[in-house]
Structure formats: structure tokens, C-alpha cells
Design a protein around this ligand. Structure first.
Ligand SMILES: O=C(O)CCC(=O)C(=O)O
Length: 273
């Protein structure tokens, strides 16, 4: 938190969020002495490349086991975001922005509270049921594309926002504010409409860790993952030099029931293909 006291390496953590964050690029360029000094919407990217503890959270068994069931193959992390305050991010569907993986629909996110979330801190809001394509349809990002092109994205922000607001109003979707306690977990489909609500009390933090996953087979760098028993959750192939990660971190080891279930699934899939 105290950037003056932190190793210089941590200044190299990539940041994202509002225009001023994007321009800074990395934490060191934000001219902050303490990360807690505000900046709602500030996101630290991919802390799992710097901290083994972040990698362990990304790979927590309840997440990986649930996503294995969902995808039918092990999940693989695409990115993580760490928030101190609400992102206050407008409504969106993740697949529009997170789309470097091969199978667009194989996208899910985990929202992990790092403290009990206060209703006035700008909680995550989402619209249950809005991930069904037959109910939400698809926004046209230009030339019929259902995903955003970063070179033209600014031209579309306001019409995308209008589109999603119309979808939730016309579809009769009700919003839910996510008010978890530390230790809870929310997993959502990559097409669920969601956003960060406005902060009502500026003194409140909303510390949280959000990960986006695809299936291992769909990951753009699948070849870089180590595998074990058909599971491959290795995030450490390319840690930042000097990162706080053990030299040879252990692979995720699925439980025996999970290994049996995976084996059976593999046999069923291979006999039906
Ligand atoms: O937590 C938030 O405020 C927004 C997170 C989010 O929308 C995302 O990571 O896709």
C-alpha cells in the first residue's frame, strides 16, 4: 500500500481504469505515495504475476472445481483485476472486451471480496438472466462484430450503454447489488450484464479481486500451461523478474473425486466424438 516503502518492482504493476490511470500505464507513474489514497476506478492488473498469494486466490479450489464442471475442461486464467474502491464502471458484458480466447462463450468471471462489502461503497450490480443471448441479443460494434475493436471503442461507448439500458428495461430484468462478506464468491457468465455502482460514501473502500477465466482448451496461450491429470492451472510460466513467487510453485492438485469425475467426463466425451 505504501509505495515509498514498497520494492521498486511493485511500481511496475500495470494499472487500468479511468483515462488518467490508462495514461499512467504502471503504478509508479500515477504519482501516488499510498495506493489507498483514492482514485476510484483504479484497477491493478494481473497481481498473480507478482504475488504467489494472488495466484493462489485465482486458483482457489471452489472456483477451479466449479468452472471445470461448467466448461467440461479445466479453467485457465485470462486476467485478474484488483480494486480498492468501486470501479463505478458502466454496465457491460465481459465478452465484448475480454475476447483473446478461442471460444467466445467459454468465459466466466469470479468476484472475490477482500473485505465485507458495504452498500454505500459502490457494490457490483448485475442483472440475473441477462446472459441469455435470446433475451439480450448482441450489440453491433461495427461491421456486425459482437466484440469491441479497441481502435474504435470510444465511438461506441454511449450507444453501447444505451443499448444495455434498453435491454434491461425492455427485458424486465431487475438489478441485484452484490453485498458479500469476505470469503463469499460470485461466479458469473461472460455475457451477464453488470457494472460497478456509484460510490455513495467516498471514505469507504471496496477491496476486491476479480478474475476472468476461459477453458484451458480455449486459452490463447494454452501451450504454455503445465498439466497434471488433465488439469492445467499454471499461472507462473512468466512471472515478472523478481516477483514474489516461489521458484518452482506447485501445480494445482485436484481432489480425488474431481480427478475421477474428470476422467469419466473425458471417457464420455471421447466415446461420443
Ligand atoms: O467490480 C466492479 O466494479 C466491476 C468488475 C467488472 O465489471 C469486471 O471485472 O468485469
Amino acid at each position: 500500500m505504501d509505495l515509498k516503502a514498497a520494492p521498486a518492482l511493485l511500481g511496475q504493476i500495470r494499472v487500468d481504469g479511468r483515462a488518467e490511470h490508462k495514461e499512467a500505464g504502471v503504478l509508479a507513474n500515477l504519482d501516488l505515495t499510498d495506493v489507498r489514497d483514492g482514485l476510484s476506478g483504479l484497477r491493478l492488473n494481473d497481481l498473480q504475476c507478482h504475488f504467489y498469494s494472488a495466484a493462489q486466490i485465482s486458483l482457489a479450489e471452489p472456483i477451479t472445481s466449479f468452472l471445470s464442471e461448467l466448461f467440461g475442461t479445466p479453467p485457465a486464467l485470462l486476467q485478474s483485476l484488483t480494486f480498492f474502491k468501486s470501479s463505478e464502471q458502466p454496465l457491460h458484458q465481459d465478452f465484448s472486451y475480454v475476447n483473446s480466447h478461442a471460444r467466445l462463450a467459454e468465459l466466466a468471471a469470479a468476484w472475490i471480496p477482500l473485505e465485507d462489502i458495504h452498500p454505500d461503497s459502490g457494490p457490483l450490480i448485475y442483472y440475473p438472466g441477462s446472459h441469455f443471448p435470446d433475451r439480450a441479443g448482441f450489440f453491433d460494434w461495427g461491421n456486425g462484430s459482437v466484440v469491441a475493436d479497441y481502435s474504435t471503442i470510444n465511438d461506441y461507448y454511449s450507444s453501447y450503454d444505451e443499448y444495455l439500458r434498453r435491454v434491461v428495461a425492455d427485458g424486465g430484468f431487475d438489478s441485484v447489488a452484490y453485498l458479500p462478506k469476505r470469503g463469499d464468491l460470485l461466479i458469473w457468465h461472460g455475457a451477464l450484464i453488470h457494472g460497478g455502482s456509484p460510490i455513495l460514501n467516498q471514505s469507504l473502500t471496496r477491496r476486491s479481486y476479480v478474475c476472468h477465466y476461459t477453458s484451458l482448451a480455449s486459452h490463447p496461450r494454452m501451450d504454455r500451461f503445465r498439466h497434471q491429470e488433465g488439469f492445467g492451472f499454471d499461472l507462473f510460466e512468466e512471472p515478472m523478474p523478481g516477483a514474489l513467487v516461489p521458484n518452482n510453485p506447485p501445480l494445482y492438485t485436484p481432489s480425488l473425486p474431481r480427478r475421477i469425475a474428470a476422467k469419466v467426463k473425458q471417457m464420455v466425451f471421447s466415446s461420443s466424438n
